[in-house]
Write a protein that binds this ligand. Structure first.
Ligand SMILES: Nc1ncnc2c1ncn2[C@@H]1O[C@H](COP(=O)(O)OP(=O)(O)OP(=O)(O)O)[C@@H](O)[C@H]1O
Ligand SMILES: [Mg+2]
Length: 372
């Protein structure tokens, strides 16, 4: 298999850009037929970098708002404008600042975005303009809300934005692209809420093994890593965003990290147990939930035929333990990281009722496929 890498481009990891040939084509086709594109997938998998690379290669007129940065800085510092004629730049910036001052970021981020979009759309005179909100779920407006209501507010905003884009002539040449790592936006609920507004989802999965190993080789030439590429693939799959954190870990560091992963799954499972028990009107046992969660990650689920798995999949998607992939066979919920599935399988084998009972050293050995 030949390796695709662009060494003329520097990623934020400091390497060339690897893989993603089919994703780039998919973005090309999505922008032709949809107004709003939601790029989702496991954390750290490369959603933002992929989108930045695509915009760079296609030289798309873009206003990019980095929602994560916007939490700490003001709008202008978190906004990039690319491939727009320089005459339009100053007016865009002044306008953004004006709106920001008038409304305050927390109060009216959507108004700010719409305001900018309108002005820029005029400024570029009929050419296509892409508004790219990177890490949409991180917009400051959603910061302090309770997780569930925060999601509802975010979805509500997104729906009104999508409605304006798809129905208002003023936005004819404007596309909106969001990246999100929060599972909520990829649940069936969010999909149905946004139906009819020319919204399409794109799933970004892990980088394939061959490309990931090549990327790892380039990265580790500069950095000292204790973990091998196979070990990283076993733990978090081909998600390059974990390289800087995992590479230098020694056994103790990795054991601590494993405890965090175990805790993440445990928290999500106990939430799922509460929600499903309530919805079905009968108490589910912790081991039942563990067994169902492990099964869930193995084969596609048909929602109507298998309501428990489906409900569990929805909850575990909101908690970022799995992500859904839709196909004709149903919805396939896949683990965000391979380690999550390994943890569940060990729990099943040991017949524990809480994942916190697991022996971390055993998980460590199993995860790294070490022999006793
Ligand atoms: N195709 C790629 N080739 C090389 N490096 C990559 C590639 N994709 C992502 N990276 C690097 O991996 C790291 C994580 O990527 P990125 O921030 O895009 O992930 P993400 O999915 O947007 O993460 P988050 O869930 O935090 O939003 C970055 O340092 C990025 O430069
Ligand atoms: Mg990102």
């Amino acid at each position: 298999m030949s390796i695709f890498v662009d060494h003329n481009y520097r990623t934020s990891l400091g390497t060339g850009f690897y893989d993603r040939v089919s994703e780039l084509k998919e973005l090309d086709s999505l922008i032709r037929s949809n107004r709003v594109m939601i790029v989702y997938g496991p954390r750290n998998v490369g959603k933002s970098e992929l989108t930045r690379y695509w915009i760079h290669k296609r030289r798309l007129a873009t206003v990019r708002i980095n929602a994560r940065l916007l939490r700490a800085r003001n709008l202008l510092e978190s906004m990039d404008i690319g491939y727009v004629e320089t005459q339009s730049m100053d007016s865009i910036k002044t306008l953004a600042q004006e709106i920001l001052t008038r409304l305050g970021v927390r109060a009216g981020i959507m108004d700010i975005v719409l305001g900018i979009v309108l002005k820029v759309a005029k400024a570029i005179k009929g050419n296509r303009l892409l508004i790219f909100i990177d890490e949409f779920h991180e917009l400051p407006k959603y910061k302090s809300e309770h997780p569930r209501s925060k999601y509802e507010v975010a979805l509500e905003d997104l729906r009104s934005l999508a409605a304006s884009l798809s129905k208002d002539n003023a936005f004819e040449n404007v596309n909106l692209l969001l990246t999100v790592s929060e599972g909520f936006i990829a649940t069936d609920f969010a999909r149905s809420e946004l139906e009819g507004y020319s919204v399409e989802w794109m799933l970004v999965k892990h980088i394939d093994e061959t490309h990931f190993k090549a990327l790892y080789r380039e990265y580790s030439k500069r950095k000292e890593c204790n973990l091998s590429e196979d070990e990283i693939l076993r733990l978090v799959g081909g998600s390059p965003g974990h390289l800087s954190e995992l590479c230098p870990l020694d056994k103790n560091g990795l054991t601590r990290r494993l405890r965090v992963w175990i805790q993440e799954v445990e928290t999500a499972l106990s939430q799922a147990r509460n929600i499903l028990s309530r919805e079905m009107g009968k108490e589910m046992s912790p081991s039942e939930i563990i067994a169902n969660a492990s099964k869930l990650m193995e084969k596609p689920v048909k929602p109507l035929k298998d309501p428990i798995s489906y409900g569990l999949g929805q909850v575990l998607t909101t908690y970022n333990i799995v992500y859904p992939e839709w196909s004709e066979e149903g919805i396939h919920y896949r683990p965000q990281y391979p380690i999550y599935k390994i943890i569940l399988d060990i729990a099943l084998e040991k017949n524990v009722s809480s994942l916190l009972e697991l022996n971390v050293n055993e998980v460590y050995k199993k995860a790294l496929e070490l022999k006793d």
